[in-house]
Design a protein. Structure first.
Length: 366
């Protein structure tokens, strides 16, 4: 979890000796979170939003400051990483006097921000949070212990879901940097590196639709940043004390995620639940017993799959396969003989449908 306030305080401490002028640092919402003059901390600065929106430096004169809420005579310049605005740095004083400081302080500030963000794993507070999450999601804490830790870490019980982002390989620095930026923009979101190839997200309460849209954007961005396959599993909504259930569900969702379906909500799973609850040996034996005789005959297997997917409509299946209806009839008859089934029997249809789903699952999930 990124402590934005701590980073702002660190910036103020390291930048102040460089220039002979008061400094302010704001978040991207327009609130001053660190300042040389303590009286300005927590004040709203209307000019910050213009800097964030236009991504440009603005110069505020004494006269202009009178009509801009929270402003003084100062220069405001955006703090960004890879063109993503994280906040605003302000240098107070006569424009001509403080302008020479802008470039150097902005450059130093952004270097300090990146260094601070990349060293967050070694921050004692981050390590305490990591330990708490490990115990919380592992269902190792009593309700009383959870309450005690929440108070110690100054966390709110606003989280009701867990999502897991998983890569094929070790999490790359470029991925972590992007997730850090997301947290800078959405400070309520908790993002924690879980192991070498997983990242855990604690999601604040909100609508399913908004969450789905946000995860889709995250996936699209991460997919562009790495050649590794990105999967996201999302658990169900639970009270904070039972987030371990959401974590388990997120892992189940990951199990059935595929290249074609990279983001999976556990609550959407139906037959897939049977896939993850039974052993692979059991599933393979089932496939062998039901469709084993045609498993190595791709043409018949595809014909059967399309037949099942189109409600056994001779016309639609023949058109989709680009074959004559008589050819299709012949192949269906051959499939029935090889499998010793009646493809118009509900019982046989159900068994075959499950076998086809299992076969597809084992050939798409790696």
């Amino acid at each position: 979890m990124i402590d934005i306030q701590m980073i702002a305080n660190r910036l103020l401490k390291e930048l102040s000796p460089l220039i002979d002028a008061p400094i302010i640092i704001s978040d991207h919402n327009g609130f001053i979170i660190a300042a040389t003059h303590r009286s300005r901390v927590n004040a709203y600065h209307e000019g910050v939003l213009s800097v964030i929106r236009d991504r440009t430096t603005i110069y505020i004169s004494n006269i202009q400051a009178q009509s801009i809420k929270g402003a003084r005579e100062e220069i405001l310049t955006p703090l960004s990483m890879d063109d993503i605005p994280l906040g605003v740095l302000g240098i107070e004083g006569p424009i001509l006097q403080v302008e020479p400081y802008v470039k150097i302080t902005t450059k130093v500030a952004e270097m300090l921000i990146e260094r601070a963000l990349m060293s967050e794993d070694y921050n004692p507070e981050t390590q305490l949070l990591q330990l708490f999450l490990t115990e919380l999601l592992g269902n190792q804490l009593t309700k009383g212990e959870i309450e005690k830790q929440l108070k110690k870490l100054e966390l709110e019980k606003i989280y009701d879901r867990v999502a897991i982002i998983q890569l094929d390989v070790k999490t790359e620095v470029v991925i972590l940097r992007h997730l850090v930026r997301i947290q800078m923009i959405h400070p309520k979101l908790i993002i924690a590196r879980w192991n070498v190839n997983q990242i855990v997200l604690l999601i604040p309460k909100g609508s399913r639709g908004q969450l789905q849209d946000a995860l889709q954007l995250i996936h699209q961005k991460l997919d562009k940043l790495t050649s590794s396959r990105i999967k996201i599993g999302v658990g169900n909504s639970h009270p904070f004390h039972f987030l371990s259930k959401s974590y388990k569900e997120a892992n189940i969702a990951l199990e059935v995620s595929t290249k074609e379906r990279p983001i999976v909500f556990e609550e959407d799973l139906k037959m897939e639940l049977l896939l993850v609850e039974s052993t692979r040996n059991t599933q393979e034996e089932y496939i062998k017993r039901v469709i084993g005789p045609i498993i190595h005959e791709p043409e018949l297997l595809v014909n059967l799959d399309v037949w099942m997917s189109n409600n056994q409509s001779l016309k639609e299946v023949a058109e989709q396969l680009h074959i004559h209806k008589n050819t299709l009839k012949y192949r269906i008859k051959k499939i029935e003989q090889l499998l010793n089934v009646n493809l118009h029997s509900t019982r046989d249809q159900t068994a075959i449908y499950i076998a086809l789903q299992l076969h597809r699952y084992h050939h798409t999930v790696k």
